[in-house]
Design a protein around this ligand. Structure first.
Ligand SMILES: [Fe+2]
Length: 152
């Protein structure tokens, strides 16, 4: 079985506060990611988490604002606006049950959201919809854009 290394977070554990607590980030990154790498057949869990960590950015980071460009154009075209896209993704994601992931997909995964309970329970208890509202404040759109461009 291949050995997967735990990628460092590209920011500090407390960088996403007040949307995602340091406690969740520490537990989620260290325990869950390592546990999923130790388990057989959780390769997708490893890929998903690797994308998810990169996909987030520190609170108030300029990369959390979607700048004009191909990704914004596509979102405006397909959803009407970024706010409408967030509403639609959150609505679809909130309806999912169990341990799953929410994705913004356009030929390839552009943005992934971990909606396993371990990703939000300490901060949001069972109110997944509040977590889904919060997560977009620390979404790294700048990091997502190259994936969109590559998928064109
Ligand atoms: Fe997770």
């Amino acid at each position: 079985m291949a050995k997967y290394t735990l990628p460092d977070l590209p920011y500090a554990y407390d960088a996403l506060q007040s949307y995602i607590s340091k406690e969740i980030m520490t537990l989620h990154h260290n325990n869950n990611h390592q546990a999923s790498m130790a388990a057989v057949c959780l390769w997708t869990g490893h890929i998903n988490h690797s994308l998810f960590w990169k996909n987030l950015a520190p609170t108030n980071s300029p990369t959390t604002k979607l700048s004009p460009g191909p990704l914004k154009d596509a979102i405006d075209r397909d959803f009407g606006s970024v706010q409408a896209m967030i509403k639609e993704v959150n609505g679809a994601t909130a309806a999912l049950q169990g341990s799953v992931w929410g994705w913004l997909v356009s030929h390839a995964v552009i943005i992934g959201i971990d909606i396993w309970e371990h990703a939000y329970y300490l901060d949001y208890k069972n109110v997944k919809v509040n977590y889904l509202h919060a997560i977009w404040h620390v979404m790294n759109f700048e990091e997502a854009e190259p994936r969109y461009k590559a998928a064109l």
